[in-house]
Design a protein around this ligand. Structure first.
Ligand SMILES: Nc1ncnc2c1ncn2[C@@H]1O[C@H](COP(=O)(O)OP(=O)(O)OP(=O)(O)O)[C@@H](O)[C@H]1O
Length: 369
């Protein structure tokens, strides 16, 4: 099971430029969280701070009982081993083939014999669908394959926490969809705590259990996916619906005259679109940390936008869920469902197997981008 990360009052600046201040959030153990924000709001700086590559000015990052920014070097080194990180470009060594790239952390940080290194590398390459590409150099493969190789490398030390910076950057929508499926499948298998930085609204709407949004040096909101997708907060609403109308302008913040002009033109933010079903693991099982569709809305008396939780086949997953869970059961090794929500989530457009047979595959599952 992944570990919880508790961020309290975190502030980071470079010289006189404050990147963000007083950021507090909890990444629940084993859940997938997504961090959004306009360009330059410091999402990558946040990831680097979490893993201890950048030191915040103030605040705490609790990983278990360890407060990461204040750890002595040796303990920080140890704690970092809990993290797997996929940087934007995959950060592969151009002169090494994929096998050696993926083996690198094992050779660098462990004393495992080569036979064991081989077993682990091949296992992770299989998990990300790269078997057979061991001898390829990074320059010989597509962007999607580079991301998957970077993911395999991030997995070799069996991380408790996986940080992924813009998995969709440079990928077409179809490859992004495959990579999203891979991320959900990996979460279901390794049950680590995931944080994904993305600009892809479809990813943000369908993949995570939780969403956070940075804007104007603040964390505007962080919470369950349903909370943000049903939020009327103007910045959240504008960003998650990719609209021009709202407080976010071309260079981050609209000025008063722009907002007045918008109001005069009679622009309004429009209705909230339906909350889509959440992406399910491709084997159709329920992830251990998954929340029941509609559970946050129900618990907080929020009426979700009309048409929410309905998949491409017209099935309403709030109604289907109890039957689905009874038929499919949670993934092996699943513990109690954390966070006080009932288990939940589901498949957009690629729902679980008809009749919900356990272990049955979802159409298109497991194909490589
Ligand atoms: N090491 C550094 N030294 C000084 N400034 C930095 C450093 N790293 C990042 N910054 C600044 O911090 C700000 C936030 O950068 P960051 O890359 O985290 O933004 P982002 O939200 O990830 O952007 P994007 O969505 O475009 O990737 C930028 O103004 C950047 O120039």
């Amino acid at each position: 099971m992944g570990v919880e990360i508790r961020v309290e009052g975190l502030t980071k600046s470079f010289g006189r430029q404050t990147i963000w201040q007083d950021v507090s959030l909890t990444l629940p153990a084993g859940e997938i969280s997504v961090l959004l924000g306009p360009s330059g709001t410091g999402k990558s700086v946040f990831l680097k701070s979490l893993v201890g590559l950048l030191k915040p000015d103030r605040g705490h990052i609790w990983v278990g009982d360890r407060d990461l920014p204040y750890l002595p070097e040796a303990q920080l080194y140890d704690t970092r081993k809990l993290f797997g990180v996929l940087f934007q470009d995959g950060a592969l060594f151009g002169s090494m083939n994929l096998y050696d790239n993926i083996a690198f952390p094992l050779r660098e940080h462990t004393k495992k014999p080569e036979s064991e290194v081989r077993r682990i590398v091949m296992e992770k390459m299989e998990m990300v669908g790269l078997l057979g590409a061991e001898r390829k150099l990074p320059g010989e493969i597509s962007g999607g394959m580079k991301k998957r190789a970077g993911l395999a490398r991030a997995l070799v030390l069996d991380p408790e926490i996986l940080l992924v910076d813009e998995p969709d950057s440079g990928l077409d929508p179809v490859r992004t969809a495959y990579l999203n499926q891979l991320i959900v499948d990996l979460n279901s298998q390794i049950n680590a705590t995931f944080l994904i930085v993305t600009h892809d609204i479809n990813t943000a709407r369908t993949v995570p259990d939780n969403i956070g949004l940075l804007f104007r040096r603040e964390l505007v909101m962080f919470g369950p996916r349903e909370m943000l997708l049903s939020s009327e907060e103007p910045v959240v609403r504008q960003f998650l619906n990719a609209r021009r109308v709202g407080p976010i302008g071309m260079s981050e913040e609209k000025d008063v005259s722009e907002l007045e002009a918008e109001a005069k033109m009679g622009h309004d933010p429009g209705k909230l679109p339906p909350i889509p079903p959440q992406l399910m693991p491709s084997d159709g099982r329920v992830r251990p940390a998954q929340h029941a569709p509609g559970s946050w809305c129900a618990a907080h008396g929020v009426v979700p936008p009309a048409g929410s939780f309905i998949d491409d086949l017209g099935r309403n997953w709030v109604e289907e869920w109890p039957r689905y869970v009874a038929a499919m059961g949670p993934v092996a090794g699943a513990g109690a469902v954390p966070g006080g929500h009932a288990p939940g989530g589901h498949v957009p457009g690629a729902p679980g197997p008809g009749g919900y047979q356990q272990g049955g595959g979802v159409p298109g599952a497991g194909a490589a981008p």
